[in-house]
Design a protein around this ligand. Sequence first.
Ligand SMILES: [Fe+2]
Length: 288
Amino acid sequence: MDQLIQGVRILLNYNDITWENRLFLSSGTEQASVSTDRALTPYCSDAIVPRLPWRTLTSLEQKILFSSKLENLPSLYVNILNIPQNILCYLNELGNVENHNLLKDVLQKKRVRKGINLIQKYIETLRIQSAELSEYRIGWNAPKQMTVTVGSDNCRVGLHIDNQRGSSLHRISINLGSEPRYFLFINLSIDQLYRLVSETDGNVVSKTSGSSKICLAFMQLFPNYPVVKLRVNPGEAYIAPTEHITHDGCTEGTSSLDVFFTMRTIFDCQPRVQHSVVMSSRSPPLNP
Ligand SMILES: [Fe+2]
C-alpha cells in the first residue's frame, strides 16, 4: 500500500496560513539507521523513521488530506494557525538562544514570562472551556534531526503515538525558534491502523495491544505508506491528536536551536471553519 487513504485530515479553519511549500510526503518508512554523529541522540533499536525522498502532493492527495469543514470527531483533525504578533513580540529572544544551556535564563526574563502568560491566555480562547488543560512545557530540540522525540531509555523513539493512558486531549505546539520546524504524521487513526494490520495478518496485534505495538506493526507491514511532513514556521502552531496518530517533530534542514511551547487540551475548532477550498496539483491552496 503506497497511496494515501482517507483518514485524519488537515482542517483548513484558520484563514491566515499560506500553503505554498507547506506539505510533503515521504516514500514510506524504514528502520532508523545508527547515527555516527556523536552530537545527536542515538535511535532506539526498533525506531522507524520516514524514508526519503520527500515529494510534493498530487491534487488527489491534497483532496484526501485537506478538509474545509468539520465532518467527523474533532480528534481526527490536524490544524495549523498563527499566534498573534502582539504575543510573539514578547518572545523574540527565544529565537536567538544559541544553545539550550542559555534557555533557562532567557525564560526567567520578565518580558518572556509575560509572553508565556499571554500564550496561555490565548489558548484559553481556543479551547473548549469544560476540557481538561495540561501544564505547559517549553522544550528544545537540536537542529538537523529527522525525528526529535527521546524516550525514557534516552534514545530517539522515531515515529510514535503518545501514550497518555487513553486521554483524548490534543496537543498544541508553538514554534518559538527562528527557523521552520516540521510536524510529521501518518494520516490514519489508531483504529484505522488496527483494522488494516489485523485484516492483513490476524496474528500480529489484538484489541488489547497497546497503541505503540499497533503503530509499529503498521509501519512494518506497510513500509511504502507515506508520512506527511507539515512545515510549521516561526510563530505558527500545530494542533494535533498526538494520542491517536503516528507522528513526531522534525528539524531537518535547520541550523539553530528548535524552541517550542506545548500543552494539551481539547480545542474548539468549529467556529473558525470559514472557507471551502478548491485544490489543484499546480497551485497548492493559498491563504484558504
Ligand atoms: Fe509525540
